[in-house]
Structure formats: structure tokens, C-alpha cells
Design a binder for this molecule. Structure first.
Ligand SMILES: NC(=O)c1ccc[n+]([C@@H]2O[C@H](COP(=O)([O-])OP(=O)(O)OC[C@H]3O[C@@H](n4cnc5c(N)ncnc54)[C@H](OP(=O)(O)O)[C@@H]3O)[C@@H](O)[C@H]2O)c1
Length: 299
């Protein structure tokens, strides 16, 4: 069923946020991106240009501002974990009001941060599997064909989640609504964390990691899967290892690219959280802990 158009705010119009904002605006939704002054001005003046093999090349013209001032139906959170606290000042809880808050950050801990900031039942956890980069303010490049979103109804009311899911689906994204939030978040992290940690540690792509660090990769995947299971997510380690073996050699992680560019790493959100959660559950994760610690020292 096609739902009516929504008013959507997007906090952080970078790779993920810029693409989602542009797709939702092109599909007829009223979109407001929230960004720092220079980025907001660039998008007001020039719009968001998308270059995508899947969605085509197009220009979208969402509104842009530095702070949310009026009512929206949904607020998508698309900054990096390292930017979250500062960025949230642009979306005061009293203005966000009863809007659905949907974060697309990698990791898990941000969901609790948002549930402490906004009414808990308005926060719907989500994941996105995509490879998209912000080239400059207002220009995003989406090169690989996959673009899949999952949103959970575990806490937020299903009909509200479905309304947003329907609009996202109408843009051409693959969208799945799930009721198992914990498993949904771990499904993503169980492969992402080992790949991000190892490609960043090795300063090399997945192909090189698979050759040089195969034992560490198997160990890290097994450790993260055991931690996920301790939190109630039914993760099949063998299935994850098979996916790991089938990833193209050339794949790089965004943490690896952030390191190469000298940007802050989402190390705590992606790796630190596994180590903390494992310790809490009494699961030994020596390889993951060593990778996180060595990357922390390197910063
Ligand atoms: N990119 C991917 O392919 C991908 C895939 C799956 C998941 N993710 C996850 O999605 C999240 C976002 O990643 P990304 O790659 O889209 O990051 P990104 O391209 O760096 O975009 C982040 C955006 O947030 C903005 N921002 C930073 N601080 C802000 C603040 N205080 N107020 C408002 N806006 C602020 C940045 O603004 P400026 O433009 O002004 O710098 C930028 O537009 C991360 O957790 C990442 O792990 C990314």
C-alpha cells in the first residue's frame, strides 16, 4: 500500500543522509536536511546531486537548515557515531516532539543514546547496507548496486514504521521491516566489525585481509557471533564465515578509508561496543579486544 508523502528531517546529509534525503525528495516527500552552516548553505544553493548506478544521476532540492524549527513526521539520523552528540543539538527533543526517530548509524550503542534523548517508543532502530560517499557538500556517489534498509518495529509502533518504510520503498530502496531489533543490529555488526577492524589494522582491502589475516578473521567473526548470541541474537557463525569468503577482494571498509584520510574512526561504536558487551556477558574476545586496543593506540 502506498502511504501519503511525509515531512522528513535528515540530520547529517553526508553519504547515507544525502542519498536518503535526495531519494525521498525526488519521490515527493517534503525533506529538510540539517547540517552545519556551510553545508546547509551549499545544499540550499545547489541542492544534492546524486551519482548512482542504481538510482541514476539526478539533482534533488530538499530544504536545508542548521536546526529543526518545525514539525516533521520522521527524523533520520545519519551522522557518524563520533559526531552524534554534537549533531543532536540541531534536533531539540521538544521540537522533534512525537516524530519517529530512525538512526542509520553502524553499531548499537547509539540506539540507547537516542532513547535517552527522545521518547523511547519513538526511536526505531535501523540498518543500511550500502556503499555511498559524500564527495563534497551536496554531492554523493553511490557506486555499488546494493542498497538495503532494515527498520525494526520492536519498540516503535509498527504502523508508524510501515509508513516510513513504504516511502523508502517507493524510492527504489530494498526495505525490510523486522520485529527483532537485537538480531537486526547484530546481523549487521557481526560481519562489519571484524572487516572494519581488520582492514583498518592491515591498511588493506578484504582480499589482502583474507590472505594475510585469515585466522584472525575467523576468530574475530566467531567472537562477535558469540557475543551476539549472548545478547539473544541467533547468529550462525558458519553462515557469516561463508559470506566473508564471498566478499569481493576489492572491498574496503569506511573505517579503513577514514583512517587513510585522517578522519576520526567509529572505532568505539563498531569495535569498542563488542568488547564491552562481551565483557558484560562473560564471553572471551581476545582477538577483537587486541585489534581495538592496537587501533586505539594508533590514533
Ligand atoms: N557511507 C556508507 O556507505 C555507509 C553504509 C552503511 C552505514 N554507514 C553508517 O552511516 C553513518 C553515516 O556515515 P556516512 O558515510 O554517511 O558519513 P558522512 O558521509 O561522513 O556523513 C556524515 C554527515 O554528517 C554531517 N555532520 C557532521 N557533524 C554534524 C553536526 N554536528 N551537525 C550536522 N551534521 C553533521 C556531515 O556534515 P558535512 O557534510 O558538513 O561534513 C556529513 O554530511 C555512519 O555510522 C556509517 O558507519 C555508512
Amino acid at each position: 500500500m502506498q502511504h501519503e508523502a511525509l515531512r522528513v528531517a535528515v540530520l547529517g546529509p553526508g553519504g547515507v543522509g544525502g542519498l536518503l534525503a535526495a531519494l525521498l525528495a525526488r519521490a515527493g516527500n517534503s525533506v529538510l536536511v540539517l547540517a552545519a552552516e556551510t553545508t546547509a548553505r551549499a545544499i540550499t544553493e545547489h541542492g544534492i546531486e546524486v551519482e548512482s548506478s542504481r538510482f541514476g544521476n539526478f539533482l534533488a532540492r530538499p530544504d536545508a537548515a542548521v536546526r529543526l524549527e518545525g514539525h516533521v513526521d520522521a527524523c533520520l539520523i545519519t551522522v557518524k557515531a563520533t559526531q552524534l552528540n554534537e549533531a543532536l543539538e540541531r534536533v531539540p527533543a521538544d521540537v522533534v516532539g512525537d516524530a519517529l526517530v530512525v538512526p542509520f548509524l553502524n553499531g548499537i550503542d547509539h540506539v540507547d543514546v537516542l532513547r535517552r534523548t527522545f521518547p523511547s517508543e519513538n526511536v526505531a532502530a535501523a540498518t543500511i547496507r550500502i556503499e555511498v560517499a559524500r564527495i563534497e557538500p551536496g554531492l554523493v556517489r553511490h557506486a555499488s548496486p546494493f542498497a538495503a534498509v532494515e527498520i525494526s518495529t520492536a519498540v516503535a509502533r509498527p504502523e508508524r514504521v510501515e509508513r516510513l518504510a513504504s516511502q523508502l520503498r517507493a524510492t527504489g530502496l530494498d526495505v525490510r521491516v523486522r520485529d527483532d531489533e537485537t538480531a537486526m543490529l547484530w546481523d549487521k555488526l557481526v560481519l562489519l566489525a571484524p572487516i572494519a577492524l581488520l582492514t583498518t589494522h592491515e591498511r588493506a582491502n578484504v582480499g589482502v585481509v583474507r590472505t594475510r589475516r585469515h585466522d584472525d578473521a575467523v576468530a574475530a567473526i566467531s567472537e562477535v557471533a558469540a557475543t551476539a548470541r549472548a545478547e539473544g541474537a541467533a547468529i550462525d557463525t558458519e553462515a557469516v564465515l561463508q559470506i566473508f569468503d564471498s566478499i569481493p577482494d576489492s572491498m574496503e571498509s569506511s573505517m579503513q578509508r577514514d583512517q587513510a584520510a585522517g578522519r576520526p574512526l567509529e572505532l568505539d561504536a563498531i569495535g569498542g561496543t563488542v568488547v564491552r558487551r562481551a565483557a558484560r556477558a562473560g564471553v572471551p574476545v581476545p582477538v577483537t579486544a587486541r585489534l581495538v586496543e592496537e587501533l586505539r593506540q594508533r590514533k
